[in-house]
Design a protein around this ligand. Structure first.
Ligand code: ADP
Ligand code: F6P
Length: 489
């Protein structure tokens, strides 16, 4: 088995489901923030990615993708149900997103989650060369850091949570809260999107483990774990160069024409997930139409909602409700050849997404809770000038960085309606000032800055691994994570 000095461990491999007939593989730019973010930094770095290829049954043999080796982990039907659809996406996912859907606690799922996490840890241990850095990603694999440390104490282990970490009172609901916390704290550095998450973990570590916890480090019995905020970003340069392609520019012009220029175009792009606030925004738009404050002759909405986790009941129910509501709105307010909403339940390639972003007058991003929301950042990066408005939920991690967006509380439907109208009618000078500030921010805070910040802090963590609070090497004296990327407190 070939080994690497950098190993990424994530639930999904970044591989296209349909490998080409000649056996060639392409990056799977799956609809989801994690693969997109890591794609940008790993395509030119020698590394191994340990993950699942998204199919049920035996793992396929996968060729290298550029300098990246792929080490598949197979999941059978029971594991897919218990680990991926069950514990990861029906227990942790809703609980970590403010329980906007009730989390399901099923004792059988836990055993499967633990067994699958062990297999991921074993696979990582196998492909990591002595002293390698292993970077574990997200809530699916929260036990891997501790399991891996037992197997390979020589490794430098990082963990990054792409989703929010909940407040202690919600985390405390988890029947296996101690194991989950200890699992994650097996890492040398635990990174989050927002500083509040590190604060929550410090409080839980004191309460549940009797550890001494601060917002930048937690002292366990035998080691110190570094923690901090590292807001993830996108490959801004890639999105800009995509947006400058003649195909994208022409496609954006065609879309504008097809949508009925000079109408105002409202755009939303989401995985079809109950955390994204799709129903709240449909209610706001529908009420604006009902009240006559918006008319289909001068406004149109485009809702891209790519299918996601379709075997999970809550996702199927959400899709049914959204499709019914879109049908109702079009039935009540649309005209022949002029729907109020274009609804697209399908994946798009990157160029077509870029064209959509360029077409929009107002990008509407209204999650009820979101770790970051990379769609908001992609919209800003895809603009070729300082036009366009971003309406952004306060409950997306991105809101702490994109302060010049039209920020909104999506639970407040009246406030959402007013904000949509405000964004649609804002003066070009106001829009230009906001967009220029957001574009400038992203230029500096791109995915490369994120990876560098995280990996540099991780390397410092190895030097401070055995330091403890009050031992002379105070946990507070280490370099502050997130400092170089300007994370908000
Ligand atoms: P999440 O990680 O919860 O899905 P993000 O907004 O952070 O949310 O990331 C979503 C990613 O999925 C973005 O990179 C976006 O471009 C991509 N995406 C969303 N919808 C589609 C689609 N219909 N086709 C392809 N990619 C999509
Ligand atoms: O960003 C959160 C996340 O769960 C990622 O870990 C994942 O890649 C993405 O959403 C898409 O979800 P899934 O892998 O379940 O399709």
């Amino acid at each position: 088995m070939r080994q690497s000095s950098l190993v990424v461990v994530a639930n999904r491999l970044p591989l296209d489901d349909s490998a080409a007939p000649d056996g060639a593989c392409e990056w799977r730019r799956s609809p989801g923030g994690l693969a997109g973010a890591l794609h940008a930094i790993l395509q030119q770095t020698p590394a191994t990615w340990v993950g699942w290829d998204g199919t049920v049954g035996e793992a396929r043999t996968l060729p290298d993708v550029g300098t990246l080796r792929l080490r598949p982990v197979a999941l059978d039907e029971d594991e897919t149900r218990g680990y991926y659809e069950g514990f990861a996406n029906s227990t942790l996912w809703p609980l970590y997103h403010d329980a906007v859907e009730p989390p399901v606690f099923d004792r059988g799922w836990w055993e499967t989650y633990r067994a699958v996490n062990r297999r991921f840890a074993e696979a990582a241990a196998e492909v990591a060369e002595p002293g390698a850095t292993v970077w574990v990603q997200d809530y699916h694999l929260q036990l891997v850091p501790q399991l891996l440390r037992k197997l390979r104490p020589d490794l430098l282990i990082g963990f990054f949570l792409h989703v929010p970490f909940p407040p202690p009172e919600l985390f405390m609901q988890l029947p296996r809260r101690v194991e989950l916390l200890r699992g994650m704290l097996g890492a040398d550095l635990v990174g989050f999107q927002r500083p509040q998450a590190a604060h929550n973990v410090a409080q839980l570590a004191s309460k549940l483990l009797g550890a001494e916890g601060a917002d930048d480090a937690i002292a366990l019995e035998d080691r110190v774990v570094r923690t901090g905020a590292f807001p993830v970003s996108i490959d801004v340069a890639e999105m800009r160069s995509l947006s400058a392609r003649p195909y994208v520019i022409n496609q954006a012009k065609k879309l504008r024409h097809d949508l009925g220029s000079p109408k105002k175009v409202l755009l939303s792009v989401d995985r079809l997930d109950y955390t994204k606030g799709i129903e709240h925004r449909l209610t706001a738009y529908s009420e604006l139409l009902r009240d006559g404050r918006v008319k289909v002759r001068d406004t149109v909405m485009v809702q891209v909602a790519v299918p996601s986790r379709e075997r999970v009941e809550t996702y199927r129910g959400l899709r049914d409700r959204i499709e019914r509501e879109v049908g109702r709105i079009n039935g009540e307010y649309g005209r022949v050849g002029e729907p109020a909403i274009h609804y697209l339940n399908q994946p798009f390639d990157r160029a077509d997404l870029a064209a959509l972003y360029q077409t929009a007058d107002v990008m509407v991003v209204t999650p009820l809770r979101d770790g970051m929301n990379l769609v908001a950042k992609e919209f800003v990066a895809a603009r070729r000038d300082d036009s366009g408005a971003l309406v952004l939920s306060e409950f997306a991690g991105a809101a702490a960085e994109l302060e010049d967006a039209f920020q909104v509380n999506p639970h407040d439907v009246d406030g959402l309606k007013e904000t949509l109208l405000h964004a649609m009618s804002a003066a070009p000078a106001d829009l230009a000032r906001r967009m220029a500030a957001m574009r400038h921010y992203l230029t500096v805070h791109d995915i490369h800055a994120w990876a560098q910040d995280y990996l540099t802090t991780l390397s410092f963590s190895s030097q401070s691994r055995t330091a403890s609070i009050g031992s002379g090497s105070s946990i507070r004296s280490w370099p502050s994570p997130g400092k170089s990327n300007g994370a908000a407190p």
